[in-house]
Each structure stands twice: as structure tokens, then as C-alpha cells.
Write a protein that binds this ligand. Sequence first.
Ligand code: HPA
Ligand code: ZN
Length: 322
Amino acid sequence: NQLRTVVQAMPKAELHIHIEGSLEPELIFALAARNGVALPYASVEALRAAYAFTDLQSFLDIYYAGASVLLQEQDFYDMTAAYLKKAEADNVRHTEIFFDPQTHTARGVAMETVFNGIHRACQDSPVSATLIMCFLRHLSEEDALSTLEAATPYLDKIIGVGLDSSEVGHPPEKFARVFARCRELGLHLVAHAGEEGPPAYIESALDVLHVERIDHGVRVLEDAALTARVARERIALTVCPLSNTKLRVFDQMKDHNLVQLLDAGLVATVNSDDPAYFGGYMNDNFIATFEALPLTLAHARTLARNSFEASFLPAEQKQRFL
Ligand code: HPA
Ligand code: ZN
């Protein structure tokens, strides 16, 4: 149909994708067999049937279980290469990929294994791909600081750091020192905020952590003054529509606030978050939102343009896409 053709033809950047969330059930089973890891699911179908989420935490429990099959450098390579193939097919020209090293180092996987596998796949892809290392906010700041320390030899392989996992009860302020350290190191800074957490978390991500983008941020509209500020400062929001409906941030796509975000003058972008778990990659996210919401072709162009504007590409490379 026409919508799919238009969406497919648009070059776009993806700014919110957790590489562990791109692990498809088939690959989980293949890696489990390759590594001799026992899974608590009998089949691909049984695993997929467990993807019935009620909130962020119910998803995270299954997402961390799925990542347990990743042991060797080649596993991280194969996962990343599979995602980049999907991105290429969706005409994603540039992607800034999140990864969660603590999920792997906590299981005894070496930092080197994680970095080298993911980074090598990025280098081998025709899609421009950069990496953002995320700290897990349900763990302590000390754990984040030692993760940063352990990543020191590989900092040339990342462009920035982020903050993800269970949001409520783990405000940005908890990570003030580690983000200050990352800022001194010249890394780009982003954080998940205002997905399930209140607008106050968006504000403290900006004022305490000094992040340059807000991941999700859909709850910003609950605070008019903050909305005006985020619009004025052109702080981008990396919105993930299919994720938001699967995790019940919005009950249905027709309830999603993407149109209101754009109409408020916010630099919103569309992204897949955890495509293997939420039912679709980039173009699926565009199509699901456009089918459910009163969005126009002009909105589609704005979203694609925003994705490059909000990226951390050097100015001259951004220019090529704008
Ligand atoms: N929110 C928080 N943490 C996450 C997400 C998310 O949407 N996806 C993977 N880790
Ligand atoms: Zn996310």
C-alpha cells in the first residue's frame, strides 16, 4: 500500500534501539543450542507466547532472561548483524545502538567480548552504526562507576552513555556522579525518562545529568512549563510507539500522544526500542502509528528530518541527510 511505500522510501535514523531487544526468539533458541544453555521455554512458540506484557518490569524480566544465551563474541556479533540487516531493509541510514554491558558482565561475560562482538558487526554493516553504553538504573551508582571503569579500554568504540531499565524509584539523580564523569570524558549523554516515570525525572535528567536527548519522554506533556522548555531547547524525544502500547504506557495506538508531541513543537522521533519483543522494527513503528493516528505526510517528513537532526552524527554528515 501507499503508506508502506512512502515510509520505506524515507531515509531515516534510529536513535532508540536496545540491541538485546533485537534478539528474536529463533536466534535465542539457536544461541542456546550453540552454547548449551537451558531455556525455561519448550519452543520458539512457547517463548513468543510469554511476550504478554503488562508494564515495563514484566517486559524487563523476560528481556534479561533472553539475553542469558549471549556468551561468546560471535553471539554478540550475530545479534547485532541481524538487527543491522533489518535496519538496512527499512532504509535506516544511521543508527545509534544501546547495549547493556552489566546484563552480561554480571553473568561472567568479559567486557571485551561484549564490546568486540557488537562493534565488529557495526563496522561490517553498510548502515552507519554507532554505540551508546547504557547503565542499568535498578543497580547502584557504584556498579555503574565500576562498569565505566571496566569499559575504559573500549571508550573509543562508543559515542555516549545512556540510562535504562526499571525507571520508577530510580530517578536520574541516583546517577549524578557517573554521568558527571562521562561528561568530563566528552561522551554524549542520554537517559530514559518519562516513560513510566513522572515529568520530574525528565527535568532532573536535563538539569542534574545534563543529557542531550530524552529517551521516551512521552509524559512530558503532563507539565506545560517543561514541555515549553524542551521544545525551546530542541531537546529530542526518542519515542517508541509499539513499545508504549505493548508496555501499556498507552492502552492502544489510537491513544498515543505522538501528534500532540509534534504539535507542541517538540523534536519527536520514531524508534523501535526492543523490536523483537514489541512486534516490529522501524517501518512497522511508522506504519502502526500512521494507521492509528491523524498523522500526515508532512509529519512523516518532520519525523525523518528530526531523526537526523537529533542524531550525534557530525554536522557535515547530518547535512547530507537534511
Ligand atoms: N525502558 C527501560 N529500559 C529498557 C527499555 C525501555 O523501554 N528497553 C530495554 N531496556
Ligand atoms: Zn528503551
